[in-house]
Design a protein around this ligand. Structure first.
Ligand code: VG1
Ligand code: CO
Length: 544
């Protein structure tokens, strides 16, 4: 067979961020750019040669051409078989499912998640390890170090592989197996939830829902599961046809971007339940009629009610949340008498806890929720979990939340994002804040007394690895909190995230406006960080 060895030089900055390597498509299109990173994966993951690799992506622009490049390189590297989703498609949770089910030596997922797609927008690649989860830091660091010293890569000279027909074919000595991207994932979810009960709810005539696939990867998954299997009326899934540029939108399920869905849940004629997922299918947004469920609350509600769902009937050993996620889940864990872990931002930190059986449910404030069924967050899983709960409880989304808050208290929560700010200014802002931290405990600010202030450092309870500098936390004596951190997923400048939460035990106050409850703390955040003075921004770009 013809394998070519191509000389190359390192590209600076192929360091994976919160969730893989994300750059503009134009960056990925430079000769050797993608190849260098893929070869760095192959060179550092010794079990891949002679092993099996799962491969797929969210279908955005450049997905198909990247798949062909990776297949040629995999053949040249001596990988025995690549399992690829038809059309090059695998949602992130489906990829995780496939890696686990077929015991592959890892997987490559092509996605920039919720970032816009198209020739002028974003692309991404990430490596998942054999447990199905994103590579832990020591693996991403090894890949990055390799990318800094690479001098050549290997690739076959061969025509494109047909990835649009199911079945097995050869690329020189390697087998390429094209699978239905939806089937294995659907089977897994069907084993966790009470599909019969959900079907009854959807047929009761008293319940209407919409799922917004945002022209991204979950279209075929949601249509198959919700409409075909569960019998929801056709039209339940909106924007269900995946597009390479997501129809020009941000495939980001939040109040700022899923506005069409939001409208459908409004007023007397609004639907009872609205949900959306992101570009690669791992995020979810949950809406009731005229009601938004914060992702932090969603995590707490799912954990508190897990026993009502077949897959979690025996109860859960523990919960984990990322550091900036609200402490609502902690309160649930306390009442259930189980552990709650606080991890740095990014799904990779949940992997060890899930593998060790310390937790079964975990989540992030950024519209991510998931469980031990895969090792990624899972948008449709969360939607089905909610549908299962709604079917069991026969209550509205709002009623479920009101009951939850009455039992556990309410953690009011918001995140303010300042996007595309100058990287140097953002760095200085964080450095200056870090310098202020030691002087904060005991100080009173707008009526709140600082209890602790630190730069979050995490020691993995399973392997002891330490991750420093994971965000600045300022906690107040009444349980309120402000967190500052810089995004690790952007492709232009820096994004500053400010996370604000306040605890409210009094049910009389649970329906107050979030913005007004959190206004004094937002003022404190501004006083401490001087965001407007430094960046010229008087208000955040996105509030969720
Ligand atoms: C953001 C979120 C984080 C999430 C990450 C990947 O990271 O805040 O919670 O894990 O995106 O999500 P950052 O570093 O920009 O804050 V996604 O849906 O890749 O898939
Ligand atoms: Co995503």
């Amino acid at each position: 067979m013809t394998i070519r060895q191509i000389s190359t030089r390192p590209f600076p900055g192929q360091r994976p961020g919160t969730s893989g390597l994300r750059k503009k498509v134009k960056v990925f299109q430079q000769p050797h750019y993608l190849e260098n990173f893929v070869q760095s994966i192959f060179d550092t993951q010794n079990d891949l040669a002679g092993g099996i690799l799962a491969l797929g992506g969210d279908g955005r622009f450049y997905n198909r051409s990247a798949i062909q490049t990776i297949l040629r390189m995999a053949a040249a590297h001596g990988i025995s078989k690549v399992i690829v989703g038809r059309g090059g498609i695998l949602s992130t949770p489906a990829a995780s499912c496939v890696i686990r089910k077929f015991r592959t030596q890892g997987g490559i997922i092509l996605s920039a998640s919720h970032n816009p797609g198209g020739p002028d927008d974003d692309f991404g690649i990430k490596f998942n390890v054999p447990n199905g989860g994103p590579a832990p830091e020591k693996v991403t660091e090894a890949i990055y170090r390799r990318s800094e010293e690479i001098t050549s890569y290997r690739i076959t000279e061969s025509p494109d592989v047909d990835i649009d027909r199911l079945g097995t074919r050869n690329l020189q000595d390697m087998t390429v197996e094209v699978i239905d991207p939806v089937q294995d994932y659907t089977d897994l979810l069907a084993g966790l939830f009470d599909f019969e009960l959900i079907r009854k709810l959807l047929h009761s005539g008293r319940f209407r829902m919409r799922f917004d696939a945002m022209h991204a990867v979950t279209g075929p998954y949601a249509t198959h599961i919700l409409e075909t299997l569960l019998g929801a009326p056709s039209g339940t899934v909106i924007n269900g046809t995946p597009r390479e540029n997501f129809g020009g939108g941000h495939p980001d399920p939040n109040l700022a971007h899923a506005t069409e869905l939001l409208e459908m849940t409004r007023g007397q004629r609004g639907v009872d339940f609205g949900a959306a997922s992101d570009g690669d299918g791992d995020r979810n947004m949950i809406l009731g009629r005229d009601f938004f469920v914060t992702p932090s609350d969603s995590l707490a509600v799912l954990a508190a009610n897990a026993r009502l769902v077949p897959g979690y009937q025996a109860g859960i050993p523990g919960i984990a949340r990322s550091m900036p996620t609200s402490q609502a889940a902690d309160r649930v864990a306390r009442q259930l008498g189980i552990d709650c872990y606080e991890t740095p931002t990014g799904w990779k930190f949940f992997g060890n806890l899930l593998d060790a059986g310390k937790i079964a449910i975990c989540g992030e404030e950024s519209f991510g929720t998931g469980s031990h069924h895969v090792r990624e967050k899972d948008g449709l899983w969360a939607v089905l979990f909610w549908l299962n709960l709604l079917a069991v409880k026969q209550q509205s989304v709002q009623q479920i939340l009101m009951d939850h808050w009455r039992q556990f208290g309410r953690n009011f929560y918001t995140r303010h994002d300042y996007e595309g700010i100058n990287s140097r200014i953002a760095g200085e802002l964080i450095d200056d804040l870090r310098g202020q931290l030691p002087g904060l405990p005991g100080r009173e600010l707008e009526g709140y007394t600082v209890e602790y202030a630190d730069d979050f450092s995490y020691t993995d309870p399973v392997d002891g690895s330490v991750s420093d500098n994971q965000g600045l936390r300022i906690g107040f004596t009444d349980g309120s909190r402000i967190v500052f951190r810089l995004s690790g997923t952007g492709t232009e400048g820096a994004t500053l995230r400010v996370y604000i939460e306040a605890f409210e035990p009094d049910p009389q106050r649970h329906l107050l406006q979030t913005a007004s409850v959190l206004a004094p703390l937002a003022k404190v955040a501004e006083q401490l960080a001087g965001i407007e003075k430094r960046t010229g921004r008087a208000a955040p770009d996105v509030i969720t």
